[in-house]
Design a protein around this ligand. Sequence first.
Ligand SMILES: Cc1cc2nc3c(=O)[nH]c(=O)nc-3n(C[C@H](O)[C@H](O)[C@H](O)COP(=O)(O)OP(=O)(O)OC[C@H]3O[C@@H](n4cnc5c(N)ncnc54)[C@H](O)[C@@H]3O)c2cc1C
Length: 414
Amino acid sequence: MDKWLIIGGGIHGTCSAIALLEEGVAAADIAILDPHHHLLARWQQQTQRTGMSYLRSPGVHHLHPDPLHLHRFALQRPQPAGTHHQNFMLPHYRPSLELFQAHCEALIHEYQLDQRLISARAQGLSRPSPSQFTVETSLGLLHARYLILAMGVGEQLYWPDWAKPFKKRDSPIQHLYDPNPLPTLQEERLVIVGGGLSAVQFAITASRQSSRPVMLLMRHPLRIHAFDSDPGWLGPKKLNNFQQIPDFALRRRLIDKARHRGSVPLDVAQQLWRALREKRIQLIHDQITGVTIHRNQSLQLHLDKQADPLLADRVVLATGFGRQRPGGKWLEKAVAELGLPVHTDNYPFVDACLRWTEGIFVTGPLAELELGPAARNIAGARMAAARISASPEAKDASKRTALSSPGALLPPAS
Ligand SMILES: Cc1cc2nc3c(=O)[nH]c(=O)nc-3n(C[C@H](O)[C@H](O)[C@H](O)COP(=O)(O)OP(=O)(O)OC[C@H]3O[C@@H](n4cnc5c(N)ncnc54)[C@H](O)[C@@H]3O)c2cc1C
């Protein structure tokens, strides 16, 4: 049969798997390759690490194709009467993280997606025949007719140059999204570097655990935006024009301009202002130019504007993710060998079904030159899943499933 192999079991890969199953593709023809032992592992780790309570995106953005599925799930799940409002934050109906995770778990259970998971990492890709791909993995070779590349940027943590020499085990400088646990922060002089939602949210969380004020170092004034790009980018209002632009350098510039990078929604800004008033957080607008380690192991952070160095015991980088194309070396090799078309920024040129070449579909950052600034988000995962599952390849696969299932050719029972 024509197998679908989804590489990456995060928000994007899982959303695509559900859309294919909803389209009627047989479960036995779908596999999800991810090095973790459960789906959405990085999403869960990252969202827990920040201490966030509500998602930034509204409740119609989740992993099921029906936009109201999460709302219905919230209404149906057992809860004490009158507590419905706690599931969502108004005015945009942003779901609580607890509700969103429960919904994800319910979908994984309902679609038996854990049975589709192969816990291994893709390390190579070749095409031995026009209708088959071979993916080299840490567990051996896998074969598939169709691939969905959903690796995301979650493993590409961004380390500023001054911090790179400290990128080692047991270092006093760590990235917020390092999979290793963060040490307890209670007694330490903690500096959090970053100006976006992760940094501010983590500073608020850490300030509740720390006996000293937490220092939040950001290089720009606080930027407040409800979402990380204008919701017009989720529909024809902005996307129609975007998709007509033949100049991909211009598309890239528009994506960069449209993203409210390093911004926070108002409710999180208000929590920060409260913490500043209560002197639980000290906000410093500056940037680090270098670090030296003092004799007593404390860090001296040299700043651009301030003459005196900042003293710290621990630095947590909430500096987000690198801008390079996801996939790394194995994908780079496959791009060269299979002659996959890329823009000058190395990101794929894809068609309207998000096909990079016949048989290879993409989602997440890899789809952003087609889907625009929201491609990386949950809304982008939904848009990509909808397009891939509406492709002729998915439609054919679902027709074959219907024909091969027992009773498919029988008239409906009267
Ligand atoms: C703290 C936080 C909060 C966010 N909140 C929101 C929000 O409220 N709303 C919103 O729309 N967006 C939000 N986002 C943005 C975005 O939706 C998430 O980052 C989302 O998890 C991205 O999903 P993904 O599938 O692309 O990546 P990931 O979650 O990183 O998943 C990709 C998976 O692919 C695996 N992988 C990588 N390479 C390979 C390989 N070679 N072989 C096999 N598997 C591989 C990885 O191990 C990983 O498990 C948030 C992001 C963060 C960090």
